[in-house]
Design a binder for this molecule. Structure first.
Ligand code: CU
Length: 250
């Protein structure tokens, strides 16, 4: 009897998780969360990444984008996610992952699950854009032609961190952070971000940044870094209020 009850409870949990899809509503009193991610201490100097193929187009080497520290120690490419927003604004953005001069532009993108996402090749050489959600592949796209687009919206229906690489060029890698709501942003060159139209409430806010301490290379010559890191805060956003939060990356 107890086991049967337990099984039913598990089923109920699974069902409620499946039904807890994000709901778009009209917001009247949404607030704003803004802030900055700064590097604490002296940032490590990252070695440039050697280019192994298509040097005539790509050049000899590319700067690593695993850690980019700008003015006032602002960190570019950190992701800030507001957790637990079940109802809120409509996702209106579009993620474009461009293979541009043998780099992924942008190196870090964030979007809501189901929001439009496309991969582009701006170069006249073959790139192969390969995305992994954990171990499994979520997309694997050979893009031989210049100005070729592939829509990957339907490959990104589950929240999570998608690691992207180019199978043709070991120096090329990027990140797509897929969130369960549109309340997510990537920091700019100054380390700043802004998320608007947040329903009033208290939220768990998470800062994510890819690993940047070098850990050598794999057998294909891909650069390895340590694990991504996260910092979590609780933030209250008042009706039509403006909350701020700062994160320190070390
Ligand atoms: Cu490539």
């Amino acid at each position: 009897m107890r086991r049967a009850l337990f099984a039913m409870a598990v089923l109920a949990l699974t069902a409620s998780a499946a039904q807890a899809a994000y709901e778009e509503i009209a917001l009247k009193d949404g607030g704003t969360l803004s802030g900055v991610v700064r590097f604490a201490g002296t940032p490590p100097k990252l070695d440039p990444l050697p280019v192994h193929r298509n040097r005539e187009v790509c050049g000899e080497q590319k700067a690593s984008e695993a850690l980019v520290v700008g003015p006032d120690r602002g960190v570019r490419g950190s992701v800030v996610l507001i957790g637990g927003v079940a109802k809120g604004k409509k996702a209106t953005g579009e993620a474009l992952l461009d293979n541009h001069r043998c780099l992924f532009v942008s190196h870090v993108s964030a979007l809501a699950a189901g929001e439009k996402a496309r991969v582009k090749n701006s170069d006249g050489i073959l790139h192969n854009t390969h995305g992994f959600l954990g171990k499994p592949t979520v997309f694997n796209l050979a893009l031989p032609n210049r100005d070729q687009f592939v829509d990957i919206t339907r490959r990104l229906t589950r929240p999570g961190v998608v690691r992207v690489r180019c199978d043709a060029h070991p120096h090329m890698f990027a990140w797509l952070i897929v969130h369960d709501s549109p309340y997510v942003a990537v920091t700019d060159d100054r380390g700043a971000f802004r998320i608007a139209d947040v329903p009033p409430g208290t939220y768990k806010v998470t800062m994510w940044h890819e690993g940047f301490r070098p850990r050598g290379v794999d057998k294909d010559g891909r650069p390895l870094y340590d694990e991504p890191r996260t910092i979590t805060r609780h933030v209250t956003i008042a009706p039509k209020g403006a909350a701020t939060v700062e994160f320190e990356l070390k």
